[in-house]
Design a protein around this ligand. Sequence first.
Ligand SMILES: NC(=O)c1ccc[n+]([C@@H]2O[C@H](COP(=O)([O-])OP(=O)(O)OC[C@H]3O[C@@H](n4cnc5c(N)ncnc54)[C@H](O)[C@@H]3O)[C@@H](O)[C@H]2O)c1
Length: 385
Amino acid sequence: MSKPLRFGIIGLGNIGQVHIDCFSECKNVDLVAGCDENTQRLDRLPKSAARFSDYDQMINSGKIDAVLIAVPHYQHVPMSIAAIERGIHVLCEKPIAVSVSEARRLNAVAKKHPKVKFGIMYQQRTDATYAKLRELIHSGELGEISRITWIVTDWFRTNAYYGSGGWRATWKGEGGGVLINQCPHNLDLLQWITGLMPSRITAVGFIGKTHPIEVEDEISAILEYPNGAIGHFMTTTGEAPGTNRLEIAGDRGKFVLEGGKLHFTRTTQSISELNRTTNQSFPTIECWEIDIPVIGKANDRAALLQNFINHVNDDTPLIAPGIEGVRGLEIGNAMVMSALKRQPVNLPINGEEFDEFLEEMGRTYGGRKTIETREAAVNMAASAR
Ligand SMILES: NC(=O)c1ccc[n+]([C@@H]2O[C@H](COP(=O)([O-])OP(=O)(O)OC[C@H]3O[C@@H](n4cnc5c(N)ncnc54)[C@H](O)[C@@H]3O)[C@@H](O)[C@H]2O)c1
């Protein structure tokens, strides 16, 4: 058996601590080093691990084969590139980047180093319910997809959360709000489950609609797909109790995933064919109501980490390749730009245009914390045109 993979971790904050525990659940790996610029947090590491306050020193130390990057988003790209160029395998936290241009730059570097493994911490891809839904859709059970509707309003956050300061909910610190912080998993799953990328997005959204923050806290988007399918994505951090309901309709019925339960209303015939061939105006649609049994865990970080370790050790296929991080990110970039510029955005999006938009948002709204009324939120979004 090969020697355990020597892993280091950069960033020992909220999620870094959780990852430390995940390492103890995994096989064929040793957490041998950790890095945080806040040196008090180095105490969170196991006693045997080497400690660094400078990530470059850890990457160049010769002590690690792979690194898990768990620092705020803007540093994901420079740290991933630094590690990949030194031949260190990278498992990076979501989002892979803040802007699509940065994610594309990272992907170009990763492609130049095919022997260096590159993954993203999209642990929700290990969720057995999402994986089952994807499997059924990809096997053709649903036929051609006609509608995808995801209400994700269960991301409620309070003013106290936003008031805890730091890099969160600022254009400078994280480059956006609910789409870049809370929704990256949903935006990835949207494209991963369906296998579809939208070609155009039209969104409505608000900066600080329900919280005194400078970034967006509510977005509703309409997604147009090349095959004519339509999507709806609704999210906010201001609603409670929220809803998390995903509906995917197609030629052979409809999947509904809500409350951890996956239900399939399966038509006994193709709806498009029935439409073409029947002479009845109001036919009864015969359906089977199926509760899809799902075996397995939800949202398993250790499983994603183990998959990455196995991928490095023996080329086990990656559940979440790093280069796929750009896909959900691009959908989120398009939504926020469409909402705040109040105009539709075509995909693939123009990376430079998004970067200019991001700069403009920082210049215009950076540091503003006093948006308190709905009316002010509407005016701010309108003035961003
Ligand atoms: N996959 C998930 O479900 C999930 C969950 C939570 C957070 N995240 C992601 O993880 C990242 C970190 O989030 P968090 O909540 O842990 O943030 P955090 O602020 O709690 O922790 C970040 C840590 O990084 C350290 N750090 C910052 N810059 C550094 C540098 N240059 N060198 C060394 N250390 C540095 C900070 O001192 C801090 O300890 C974010 O990108 C977030 O989106 C992912």
